[in-house]
Write a protein that binds this ligand. Structure first.
Ligand SMILES: [Zn+2]
Length: 260
């Protein structure tokens, strides 16, 4: 994969399509941001029609309260919707859209664990993981034609390129994230929850609970390409001193959310 992708990465980097994620990782991203966001919005609208939106007052209140506390840290406008679905899952779409299943609300013991889930999902969006995934897929399957197409949007080739973005709506935006991306969303998420005033140590408890809950069952977003649990927890433990420092700063600033 590397040898096939490398010339494309090199050329795109020369065309300034390289990005840096919030954790400082170099990313290969070339899809136009507005197009990817638009696909996210469309996919989210479809989900709201196809899936049952929850009107459980308590679930919605808790989720909104936690999401507001975290999104205040990052800014921008976000939409977080609770869906009636018993699987313990949550998902993120470009365009600042987050979905949380009622099964996830049933699984968590406290507001901190749900903050870890929402922080993780917001982490995927902030790090543009959908665009990165779609860019990689597109480069692998179409090679340099795509780059030529995107630099000449009005040409016939350009039309073809943007037509392929539509394919990305089905396969790119909603496809599972990579292990690297999952780990990165963990770290971004744990920092975000800490900055919002939620004790980050609960992220570790959450992943332990998720492991127990999903054993032998359908893989969920967190589990589909997840890093091995031991690795995931080890990474979080390693990062915990930094997250705890952020948490203490938030507490000193009087950030003590009471969402449940
Ligand atoms: Zn994830």
């Amino acid at each position: 994969m590397f040898s096939k992708l490398f010339p494309i990465v090199l050329i795109t980097c020369l065309l300034s399509a390289c990005a840096t994620s919030p954790t400082g990782r170099s990313q290969f991203i070339f899809m136009p941001e507005t197009q990817i966001d638009q696909m996210g919005l469309q996919a989210f609208d479809t989900l709201k029609k196809d899936k049952k939106v929850s009107y459980n007052g308590q679930y919605n209140q808790t989720t909104t309260c936690i999401a507001n506390a975290i999104t205040q840290v990052v800014g921008g406008s976000w939409e977080v919707v609770v869906f009636e679905d018993n699987s313990p899952n949550a998902f993120a779409l470009p365009g600042n859209k987050i979905g949380v299943h009622t099964g996830m609300l049933q699984l968590v013991d406290n507001q901190e664990q749900l903050a870890a889930v929402i922080g993780h999902e917001i982490g995927h969006v902030l790090a543009k993981h959908s665009n990165e995934r779609a860019s990689q897929e597109m480069a692998m399957s179409q090679g340099l034609n795509v780059l030529q197409a995107l630099t000449m949007p009005t040409s016939a080739l350009g039309q073809l390129g943007f037509g392929m973005l539509g394919v990305g709506a089905q396969y790119g935006v909603l496809m599972p994230f990579s292990r690297t991306q999952e780990s990165e969303a963990d770290i971004i998420g744990v920092d975000l929850m800490a900055k919002a005033g939620f004790d980050p140590k609960n992220s570790i408890t959450l992943w332990q609970k998720m492991e127990q809950a999903t054993q032998g069952k359908q893989p969920v977003e967190f589990m589909s390409t997840h890093p091995a649990h031991a690795t995931r927890i080890q990474n979080l433990e390693q990062h915990m001193p930094q997250a705890m420092a952020l948490y203490q700063q938030a507490q000193a600033m009087g950030k003590q959310p009471h969402c449940i």
